[in-house]
Design a protein around this ligand. Structure first.
Ligand SMILES: NCc1[nH]cc(CCC(=O)O)c1CC(=O)O
Length: 307
């Protein structure tokens, strides 16, 4: 970082830009620096360029982060703002990811232009759009009769697919809708008991060069430790499961004083089996609780579970 400018790297999607603006505003507030001290630098990532096929086919993890991390390492940007939901559990050598903003709503939302109030009310054989393996598996676990079609693109695109009748409902993260200020989108939050969210859903993380002390000091006052504690548990769970990267995984940690409750779930992609666990322990033990839960569920699953 040059003496007077902090370059903030981000994807160019409306949600990514909203998250970058939130980060800049919090940094301005914390540092007292003027708006001119920050520059938002939009970086094109592979995941944004691929439009014609499913992201999974294109090769899994890191599709939304690789180019941004390269820009960090080369000094093109000084920090990178990410949806933690899209972040691998390990960062490249030389980068640190330990600053988290206060978490938004962690729930998924059921979105429909029809009068159906939720998953249970959809007519027999109805079509639901989602490109999330997790949501697909969770949906089919409850309603094996439903048809799932691939749904990509931003919120507007997905809503227009609903209005064209391509599907009767879809799912979106409440966090994204709230951060974009889309109060008019017909979205009903789903309680975590009914659909456990993705690991780290609703959390924003800020990545930096490990050795950049000036940036580390600048980020310290905007870090939200309770969010960090919850993510430590959820990502501890994910880290142990990451090997099978096509695995539908869900998890949510919640704090109650110095206690942490962690719920986790792994599913077969077709929803035919769901293995779930729910534990409470000391906040400081979150990462280990997550790892141990993953171990238990993997043991229960046995070989071939994800087939
Ligand atoms: N995988 C895409 C993605 N990454 C983060 C969010 C939403 C915001 C969040 O969960 O923080 C979304 C879209 C969605 O799931 O609706």
């Amino acid at each position: 970082m040059t003496q007077d400018l902090l370059r903030i790297g981000t994807r160019g999607s409306p949600l990514a830009l909203a998250q970058a603006h939130e980060t800049r505003d919090r940094l301005r507030e914390a540092t007292g620096l003027p708006e001119a001290a920050f520059e938002i630098v939009v970086i094109r990532v592979t995941g944004d360029v691929i439009q014609d096929r499913s992201l999974r086919e294109a090769g899994g993890k890191g599709l939304f982060t690789k180019e941004i991390e390269e820009a960090l390492l080369s000094g093109e940007v000084d920090i990178a703002v990410h949806s933690m939901k899209d972040m691998p559990t390990e960062q490249p050598e030389g980068l640190a990811l330990d600053c988290f903003l206060p978490r938004e709503d962690t729930r998924d939302a059921f979105v429909t232009l029809t009068e159906h109030a939720g998953i249970a009310d959809l007519p027999e054989g109805a079509t639901v759009g989602t490109s999330s393996l997790r949501r697909r598996a969770q949906l089919l676990a409850r309603r094996p009769d439903l048809k799932v079609v691939e749904f990509r693109g931003n919120v507007q695109t997905r809503l227009s697919k609903l209005s064209q009748g391509i599907a009767e409902a879809t799912f979106l993260a409440m966090a994204g809708l709230n951060r974009l200020g889309y109060a008019e989108v017909p979205a009903r939050p789903i309680p975590p008991d009914a659909m456990l969210p993705a690991i780290a859903q609703g959390a924003i993380g800020i990545e930096r060069r490990s050795a950049d002390d000036r940036v580390r000091e600048m980020l310290a006052p905007i870090h939200h430790e309770p969010t960090g504690q919850r993510l430590a548990a959820e990502r501890g769970f994910l880290r142990r499961l990451d090997g099978s990267c096509q695995t539908p995984i869900a998890g949510l940690a919640e704090l109650d004083g110095d206690r942490l409750r962690l719920r986790g779930e792994i599913l077969r992609p077709d929803g035919s089996r769901v293995l779930a666990d729910d534990v409470t322990g000391a906040v400081a033990e979150g990462a280990e609780m997550g790892r141990a839960m993953a171990e238990r569920l993997l043991g229960e699953a046995g070989p071939g579970f994800f087939g």
